[in-house]
Design a binder for this molecule. Structure first.
Ligand code: NDP
Length: 288
């Protein structure tokens, strides 16, 4: 679709942004839905420029924005309103234009939940193992705690980080849901059943696809479903090991897709049909 006088602009703010798959997701959806909307990339070099970027985007009538690394938390003071889920997570990845400014949302976690649901992975009532305790893992644990899972075993190389995430989330729910452990604790995971494991570290990502967070093959006998939030490479070593031991394995591409789909729905107010999300996914995969 051509750019004209009524074309609405959405975009991504972060640094770097050049590698992003988001233009592909949003422009594919907009074109197929017949929406006069274009999605572009805005690199903001420094945190000191962020406030001017957000205010400038509002002044320029920009419809919506995504926010990526390293500004997902830094952007919060410059928003007019904050959705309660984004407030609890403490990170915003989507801005929607409202009267007088932008409202911040977090669609990463609803995106992960939609991706899991679509892949037929039911988490309610299940014990789940999360590997990693960085920003992504923290948000994963927040989502799990809100979806009434059983116990969450949170394994991380640096135990203090796992403890901080657990204390925060257990405190929010006034319940012991997250159990922080050192990474080596995988050897002590209670026997007798298999677990859904969400791999939320950066280990195994391009340019080091040979990496895997747990090398010991014995661990993979305990995995029913392995969900790696990395999507590049398409099949991580973690996924290969899960599959080799009879489990189902998924990568993070659908999580990325659905955070975009949900953001797009927030910008336009129109649900994106499943078939169209699938089309954007295929296009995205072609380029990963
Ligand atoms: P952080 O830097 O906040 O956290 C990194 C995590 O990886 C920490 O738990 C860290 O452990 C662990 N880690 C890193 N290197 C090693 C290592 N050599 N050995 C053991 N543990 C290690 O990153 P994020 O949480 O922001 O991102 C994690 C991954 O998630 C990235 O690959 C990112 O691309 C992906 N992601 C995917 C999304 C999607 O849409 N699919 C969305 C968001 C993120 P420690 O605390 O001990 O340092």
């Amino acid at each position: 679709m051509d750019i004209g006088g009524n074309t609405r602009i959405c975009g991504l703010i972060g640094n770097p942004v050049e590698h992003s798959k988001s233009p592909l997701i949003h422009n594919t959806i907009a074109d197929a839905m017949g929406e006069d909307l274009k999605y572009v990339l805005f690199r903001v070099d420094e945190k000191a420029q962020l406030e001017a970027a957000i205010k400038g985007a509002y002044a320029l009538n920009i419809q919506g924005l995504n926010i990526t690394v390293p500004y997902k938390s830094d952007v919060i003071p410059f928003l007019k309103e904050l959705d309660p889920l984004a407030e609890r997570i403490g990170a915003v990845n989507t801005l929607v234009r409202i009267e007088g400014g932008f409202k911040g949302f977090n669609t990463d976690m609803p995106g992960l939940y939609r991706a899991l649901s679509e892949d037929g992975v039911k988490i309610e009532g299940e014990d789940v193992v999360v590997l990693g305790a960085g920003g992504a893992a923290r948000a994963v644990c927040m989502m799990l705690a809100e979806r009434n899972v059983g116990r969450v075993f949170l394994l991380n190389r640096t135990i203090e980080r796992a403890e901080a995430v657990a204390n925060e989330i257990n405190g929010l729910h006034d319940a012991k849901i997250i159990f922080p452990k050192v990474l080596d604790w995988y050897k002590d995971i209670p026997e007798g059943k298999k677990y859904i494991v969400i791999q939320a570290t950066s280990v195994g990502m391009v340019p080091h696809p040979e990496g895997v967070i747990i090398e010991d093959e014995g661990f993979y006998n305990k995995v029913s479903v392995g969900y790696d939030i990395i999507f590049n490479p398409r099949e991580t070593r973690f996924m290969k090991l899960v599959k080799a031991h009879g489990g189902e394995a998924y990568n993070g591409a659908k999580m990325l897709l659905y955070q975009g789909v949900i953001a797009h729905e927030l910008w336009t107010g129109i649900p994106v049909p499943f078939a169209l999300a699938a089309k954007a996914y295929e296009k995205m995969y072609g380029e990963v």
